[in-house]
Write a protein that binds this ligand. Structure first.
Ligand SMILES: [Zn+2]
Ligand SMILES: [Zn+2]
Length: 156
C-alpha cells in the first residue's frame, strides 16, 4: 500500500507530501525476487519530477509495460494449451523474475498456465532447477520465490 499521512500521500523517493494529484503511481506488480532493486517502487506513488531524475526510471517503465501487456482480460493465455484461463481456481502465474535480458530467467517473466496443465509444461523441470540453483547462490530470494518453487514442484 502507498503511505498515507493525514489523507495525503508521500513520495516514495523524496519522502515529501504529494499535494493534490498523485503524479506517478506504480501498481501492485508481483516481483518474485525480493532482492530486485525495483521492489521499492511496487504499489507506491511519487512525484513525477522525482521519478524523472531517478536512474531506475527506464527499467521501471519497462516493468510496467510488460505487466500491462500480460494483465487483464484476453491476456491470460495458458502456455501449454494456448487457451485463455478463465477459471481463477485453475490459474497459475509466474510473476516478474528479472529485468536482465541476458538472464536465463528473463523468458519466464509473466507466464500464465491452467494450473492443471503445469505438469505438462516441457520446461517445468528446467525452470525449477534454474530457480533452485539461483536461490542457493543467493541471487534470488523471498517468500514468493519459495512458494513458487514449492507449488511448481508439487505439480506431478
Ligand atoms: Zn518526491
Ligand atoms: Zn492450458
Amino acid at each position: 500500500m502507498a503511505i498515507f499521512i493525514e489523507g495525503k500521500s508521500v513520495c516514495n523517493l523524496c519522502g515529501k507530501t504529494i499535494d493534490d494529484t498523485i503524479e506517478f503511481s506504480v501498481p501492485s506488480i508481483e516481483i518474485i525476487n525480493e532482492l530486485d532493486h525495483l521492489n521499492i517502487f511496487i504499489d507506491s506513488t511519487m512525484h513525477q519530477h522525482c521519478i524523472n531524475k531517478d536512474s531506475r526510471k527506464k527499467e521501471l517503465l519497462d516493468l510496467i509495460s510488460q505487466w500491462i501487456k500480460n494483465s487483464g482480460p484476453g491476456n491470460r493465455k495458458c502456455l501449454v494449451c494456448s487457451n485463455e484461463v478463465t477459471d481463477p481456481d485453475n490459474y497459475f502465474s509466474i510473476g516478474y523474475l528479472t529485468n536482465n535480458k541476458e538472464s536465463p530467467l528473463y523468458k519466464y517473466n509473466f507466464l500464465h498456465f491452467h494450473k492443471s496443465h503445469l505438469k505438462d509444461w516441457p520446461e517445468k523441470n528446467n525452470f525449477l532447477s534454474l530457480l533452485t540453483n539461483y536461490r542457493s547462490k543467493g541471487l534470488i530470494k523471498g517468500a514468493l520465490l519459495d512458494w513458487l518453487i514449492e507449488d511448481i514442484a508439487n505439480q506431478v
